[in-house]
Design a protein around this ligand. Structure first.
Ligand code: PLP
Length: 404
């Protein structure tokens, strides 16, 4: 990490306290630029930011300014998106297993909707005949960095099975369904470009049977690097190859379709820094533990799916490296990193976790009744507090006190 960045992060921790989430808007901007340039061979292409990665209102406003659409998976994400300035037409709601009432509310708000099960298709046709929908297909492709972020395999809960397309077509003949889009999303952290191309072939095959489509949505899953030398999705190559077969397909299809992607991680992961301070360093006969003033209540990815977050000792960046288990203060095993080489850690040092822009704050909780950190956005050389640090009253606010 550059010295200027280290100093900037330390300065922000002084100003706003820690633990602290910091996002660099310029990195988000350049990630978006990379994506849109990679697919400039396709006539109509849209990137819908999958906002579950980071739902801070100001991050959504930045995305809107850059020109993305929005992928929402809950009513609340739709509402935050509308507040951020997205029009209903720019939002696609891709829920999984929500109540039909939530779907109804999404229709009320006028957003695009993806449906992924037969019962809801029937209810939808009964209540909202001709309201446009997209259908999420399960392509039966095993992909993704690990089990928990793999969403397109045979046993996945997501989508309508590719083996049920005939049933889908039959249903479509019986009830008024206005199918304007097809959608797949096979998982996250996919490096192999052939997986995306295979997914495309599956969606093309299905698309041939739906003559009135307006778009094909390829979901996301682009992998970003987590450490030096780490593999990532080659976006330029993907743009070239997928763009080419997409263009061939729309020629065959007979009219232009919009190509949609829904990147979450790719847009925001690398923009994020999570800062936490070392409370104590404990030597045992077997390990050295560095305890920080945080835990999986603030950053659950390492504990949840063994995600790797590179850790830099901002206070002592050039010291001799030693082996540490970086752990949290939660009263459960709470490991951020095991046997990790980090420059010598002392009490009071400020550690920085990289790739903390996606699925980090948005997955945080109040477990152990701990308060959530503040969030900062760096934009055009200025820093902005975009979420204040929680106080105890925030937790107590939703508690109903009764007389006992
Ligand atoms: C989570 C999700 C995404 C984003 O995935 P990333 O790997 O973060 O890019 C896109 N589409 C849908 C439907 C999702 O659920």
């Amino acid at each position: 990490m550059e010295l200027a960045r280290i100093q900037q992060l330390e300065e922000l921790a002084k100003q706003y306290g820690n633990p602290l989430y910091i996002y660099d808007g310029d990195i988000i901007k350049s990630q978006y630029k990379k994506l849109s340039e990679a697919f400039n061979n396709v006539k109509e292409v849209t990137f819908n930011y999958a906002c579950k990665a980071n739902t801070n209102l100001n991050i959504l406003k930045l995305m809107k300014k850059l020109g993305t659409g929005l992928d929402a998976v809950s009513l609340q994400e739709i509402q935050i998106g509308l507040k951020a300035g997205f029009t209903p037409q720019e939002i696609i709601f891709t829920p999984s297993g929500v109540s039909f009432d939530e779907v109804r509310k999404a229709v009320d708000l006028g957003v695009n909707i993806h449906i992924d099960n037969f019962p809801f298709l029937k209810y939808f046709a009964e209540e909202f005949r001709n309201y446009p929908i997209g259908i999420r297909i399960n392509p039966h492709i095993k992909a993704g960095g690990n089990e928990k972020i793999s969403t397109g395999h045979v046993n996945s809960k997501f989508g309508i099975s590719i083996e049920q397309i005939d049933d889908l077509l039959e249903l479509k003949n019986q009830i008024p369904l206005n199918v304007q889009g097809l959608h797949i999303h096979t998982g996250s952290d996919i490096v192999d470009i052939d997986i995306f191309l295979k997914g495309a072939e599956v969606i093309f095959d299905v698309a041939e049977k739906f003559p009135n489509l307006k778009y094909l949505d390829f979901g996301s899953g682009f992998k970003v690097p987590y450490k030096e030398g780490d593999k990532q999705t080659d976006i330029e190559l993907l743009g070239e190859k997928l763009g080419e077969i997409f263009n061939q397909f729309i020629e065959k299809y007979g009219k232009t379709l919009r190509l949609i992607f829904e990147p979450g991680k790719f847009l925001v992961s690398q923009s994020g820094y999570f800062l936490a301070e070392v409370n104590v360093v404990k030597e045992t006969p077997y390990n050295t533990f560095a305890f920080v003033n945080s835990g999986f209540n603030h950053l659950i990815r390492p504990m949840f799916y063994n995600a790797y977050h590179h850790i830099i000792n901002l206070t002592n960046p050039n010291a001799q490296k030693k082996n540490y288990n970086v752990v949290g203060y939660i009263c459960e095993t709470d490991t951020f990193a095991s046997e990790r080489e980090i420059s010598e850690i002392r009490e009071g040092d400020l550690l920085c976790f990289l790739n903390a822009g996606a699925y980090s704050f948005s997955m945080s909780s109040n477990y152990n009744s701990r308060l959530k950190p503040a969030e900062i956005l760096i934009m055009n050389g200025e820093t902005h507090l975009i979420r204040r640090r929680e106080v105890l009253e925030d937790i107590l606010m939703t508690t109903e006190e009764i007389n006992l």
